[in-house]
Ligand binder design. Structure first.
Ligand code: FAD
Length: 185
């Protein structure tokens, strides 16, 4: 999924990815063939298993790297909820929306969702793009909050949010959490 942070993704360091397909054959792809994008790669939609990745890094002094890592970790610790269980960033940052109205967290905060609860799920009072479990959240609570935020954002900004969080259905498919319609008993 091309994980990343600080507006950078792991794909920037990838040279080659080797994988094994359904029939057992090995496939080698250079970085362009992996079709990396924001939280996206070809491996999210094929049935291949990645077996190795060749990466390239710029040599730098160990102390310099360590200091940069600490700065990033300190920044993340102050911004993101770390003590309460959560499912990571809920919505992807869409570049068009970012340029127009800002990142999802800022938009959701402006819409007044910080601290909003459905069942045991709550929009983090610390960072609005995180939904935390206050103790007894069910999947349906999280999905209902996601749907409410998606709808409020669409009607207020005209932009549709795309969930980064995936929902695993009972048949094993993984779909963006904002596309799920659960039967609510
Ligand atoms: C609190 C929190 C904070 C987060 N913050 C960030 C962030 O800042 N930036 C960011 O980019 N992401 C962030 N994430 C999301 C995280 O990076 C993704 O969930 C990531 O996919 C987790 O990888 P994993 O290997 O731990 O998970 P897994 O569930 O093991 O794997 C993720 C997916 O990859 C598939 N997979 C695993 N191994 C292979 C393989 N060998 N070949 C092919 N497919 C494979 C799995 O089937 C699954 O669909 C955050 C998540 C959480 C919970």
């Amino acid at each position: 999924m091309n994980g990343g942070s600080q507006r950078k993704g792991i794909a920037a360091n990838v040279c080659e990815v080797r994988s094994v397909g359904g029939s057992g054959h090995t496939i080698s792809r250079d970085v362009d063939e992996c079709e990396f994008g924001y939280r996206k790669s070809v491996f999210q939609t094929n049935d291949e298993i990645i077996t190795s990745v060749r990466m390239r890094f710029q040599p730098r002094h160990r102390a310099e790297i360590h200091s940069e890592m600490l700065t990033i970790l300190t920044d993340r610790s102050s911004k993101f909820p770390r003590k309460q269980p959560n499912c990571g960033s809920v919505f992807k940052s869409n570049p068009t929306m970012y340029a127009d109205v800002g990142p999802p967290g800022a938009v959701i905060e402006r819409l007044g969702f910080k601290g909003k609860r459905i069942g045991g799920a709550m929009v983090s009072p610390q960072h609005a793009n995180f939904i935390v479990n206050t103790g007894n959240a069910r999947a349906r609570d999280v999905l209902a909050l996601i749907a409410e935020i998606d709808e409020a954002t669409r009607s207020s900004t005209g932009h549709r949010l795309d969930a980064e969080v995936g929902f695993v259905s009972t048949d094993g498919r993984i779909v963006p959490a904002n596309t799920v319609q659960l039967e609510m008993p």
